[in-house]
Structure formats: C-alpha cells, structure tokens
Design a protein around this ligand. Structure first.
Ligand SMILES: *Cc1c(COP(=O)(O)O)cnc(C)c1O
Length: 404
C-alpha cells in the first residue's frame, strides 16, 4: 500500500499531510463520541436478525486529495449523501458480514476476521473503490464491539452481527454518451454498523426448503459472484419472492445444470460412498461461488476429522471426505434415487449451518432424509463445533480474535 503514509495529527485534525502520499485509515487516531441516549435493548424473544441497530457506528471517508479521514466511532444515525453519488447509480457498494460472540468467560471474540478483511479488500478493488489498511479496520471493529458489548446476548447461538460497508460517494456526471458518466468513484465512505442477532431463520434449526432456479442466474463465469458486491443481491430479491410464493424458504441458484449456492449461503451435500465413508461435497471456487468463511471452516474441520479432532455426532468408523467439485441437478436426482443422499445443508455467518429438508426441481421435490425434524449428523457436527470455537469453548488454530 505504497501511496499511504500518516503524518502529524493534532486533536484529531491532520496538520501535515505528506506531500506525495495520501492518509491511510489509522485506528490509533480514532475519535470516539458516545451516545447520550442509549437505546433500550429489546427482549431476546423479539430479536429478529438485522432489525435493530446498536448505539454506535464507525465512519471514515476518502477524498482523492487527502486520502482516508480520521475514523470516528459515533452515535448510530442517518448519513447524508449527494443524490448523484456513484453508489446509488452504479452500485459502487461492497459489504462484509461477520459476528462477535460472547464467551462463557465474558470475553468478546471475532471469528477469523482476517478472512473478511481479505475479502473486502478484493471486493473494494473489483469496483475500483479506494483501498485501506484492513488491519486498522479490525482494530476499529474490536473497539466498536467493546463499546457495544451490552448488546451481545449472553446465550449460546446469539451474537452481534457486524456489517462493514464501503460505498462510492463521488457525485457522478449522469451522462452515458461521453466517457464522463460511468467512472470509478474517487470518493468513498467506509462505515460499520452492528445488530444483535438471534437465530436467523424463523424455523430455527428445523430444515429449510429450497427451490432450484435456473432461469434467473446469480453468478456466471467472469462475473462478480465471487465478490461481496451489493450489485449481486438486488437482482435476487424477485426470484426469492417467487420461490416463497411457491412455498419454499430460499432459492438454490443454478448455472445451467450446475448447483452454485443456496440464497446467500454456500451449499453442501453429504453422499454415502461404497466404502461406508461419506463424501461431503460443495462447489469449487470457480469464480461463481462466494468464498465463504464458514465454507472454508467447514472444509478444514472435516479434513481434520478424525486425525486431529473428533467432530461430535459423526458415527464411529465413518470417514468424512470433504470435496470441492461440481454438483449438478442430475447428480442430486441420481443420489436421491439410489438412496445415497444423506444430507443437504447451507452455511454462512448469519445462521452458521442450516439443514435443507427438500429441494424443488422441475415441479417435483427431492426429499432429504428426515432426522427427527432436525439437521443430520454432519450439519449438526459442524454447527456445534463452529459455535464452540466462536464462543471460545474450543481453541482451534487461531480462529478466534479476542476484542478486549
Ligand atoms: C456472505 C455470503 C456467503 C457466506 O459467507 P460467510 O463468509 O460464510 O458468511 C455465501 N454466499 C454468498 C452469496 C454470500 O454473500
């Protein structure tokens, strides 16, 4: 990040900008203003995912002449933007989704935040927004989590959802006929908001249903599906609404015959092998798949079973074979017909693991075996182990970062 260097700062105001370089995001300069009207935290039972925001947010802005401003943590509230801002017209907008967890030891933790930071860096670059020091953003987020600690429900499965966002704020010239209209945004805003999170799906841990959709495509080769860009999500709303109208909870996105993702989660299936082992298959990262932190964690934990750790729930003698490869709808139909389709589940930060009970395809349902109305052994094992690592009960390869 050679263009950045940080010079002198007095009382939070830059006094001597280095002449040849721009300011980078600098967590040590953060200006903290606490709210004088803390909100009343709603009762746990009424906590629906992402509906209530906490008291504070992080905000920093980028200007092409000066670079990144001094970051602020300040009371949560509206932001004021020029209606011609690039983000509104050309979707120069990227985001992340991560969580903070409260451990039984009373410490708050982030789960593998460096992976979210590596991903936001790639997303920001893909829409030509200005880069920033992502290590500084982790430091700022840890500070924010510490300030918002009272918002993290002290119950297993509850957490604080964190949404870092970067938007292009350059007021564009709204002219498409010349080269002046659609250009990179050389002004930007970075902000981070938080929301207390309970169980994501209304059905809790009960299996969900997916409708396989091929006529609307979420991601394609050479497209942007592997980045967390806002522009990937707006166009999924109508197909989701249609699926819900047909009685399904989510969309299983296809690319031709190929299965890609389930809603905004990565998709896995468990298939019985001839040797009594189980294949646990998820599509490979070929550019059409969002490289999920949860996906990566599931693959790593399954690869470590049973040599380096014993996952709960997995029957003795069953060997798990995690695989990243193409899954087609004909594969699913065939495995179902042969009675080898043991489980299907989707994974992501919001819900960790959600079991799939049926998949609608060509007017019929593929039914996944019922495990007394709950998730199957692999889904359950991954859910339990990841939760244990997230709240600090189990230590695993530096996957937890303590906030304070
Ligand atoms: C965020 C996201 C995921 C899950 O990623 P995690 O890092 O595990 O939360 C999966 N698919 C899509 C399309 C996503 O946007």
């Amino acid at each position: 990040m050679g263009i950045f260097s940080n010079g002198n700062v007095t009382n939070g105001i830059p006094t001597a900008k280095p002449s040849t370089s721009l300011w980078d995001l600098d967590a040590s300069q953060v200006k903290v203003t606490l709210t004088d009207a803390p909100k009343v935290i709603p009762p746990l039972e009424s906590l629906k995912f992402g509906q209530v925001m906490t008291d504070h947010m992080i905000v920093a802005t980028f200007h092409p002449q000066t670079g990144w401003s001094i970051p602020e943590i300040k009371p949560y509230g509206p932001i004021c933007l020029d209606p011609a801002s690039s983000c509104f017209h050309y979707s120069t907008s990227v985001f992340e989704g991560m969580k903070a967890y409260m451990g039984a030891d009373g410490k708050t933790r982030l789960f593998r935040p460096e992976l979210n930071m590596a991903r936001i860096k790639r997303s920001v670059d893909r829409v030509a927004l200005p880069a920033f020091n992502t290590g500084a953003l982790i430091t700022l987020i840890r500070r924010l989590v510490t300030i918002e600690e009272r918002w993290i429900p002290k119950l297993s499965g509850y957490s604080l959802y964190i949404r870092p966002t970067v938007i292009g704020t350059r007021p564009g010239k709204l002219v498409f006929l010349t080269s002046l209209g659609v250009t990179a945004s050389d002004q930007a805003m970075l902000y981070v908001i938080c929301s207390p999170a309970g169980p994501y799906f209304r059905s809790g841990m009960r299996p969900t249903s997916l409708l396989a959709v091929g006529e609307n495509v979420r991601a394609w080769p050479g497209g942007t599906g592997c980045y967390k860009l806002s522009l990937n999500y707006g166009s999924t709303m109508k197909p989701l609404k249609d699926a819900e109208r047909q009685g399904y909870n989510q969309v299983l996105w296809l690319l031709g015959e190929q299965v890609t993702e389930a809603g905004a989660m990565n998709f896995f299936v468990v298939v019985k092998r001839d040797d009594d082992g189980w294949d646990v298959i998820t599509p490979a990262l070929d550019g059409t798949i969002l490289p999920g932190v949860t996906r990566d964690s599931c693959l790593a934990l399954m690869a470590a079973h049973p040599s380096r750790t014993i996952l709960p729930q997995i029957p003795d003698g069953v060997c798990l074979h995690p695989q990243e490869r193409t899954i087609t709808m004909s594969d699913l139909v065939q495995w179902d017909t042969e009675g080898r389709l043991l489980e299907a589940f989707s994974v992501g930060t919001a819900a960790i693991v959600t079991a799939v009970g049926r998949i609608g395809y060509n007017g019929k349902d593929i039914r996944i075996p019922d495990y007394e109305g709950g998730p199957g052994p692999v889904a359950k094992a991954l859910y339990e182990r990841i939760l244990e690592i997230q709240d600090g009960r189990v230590k695993w390869e530096g996957w937890s970062t303590i906030c304070a």
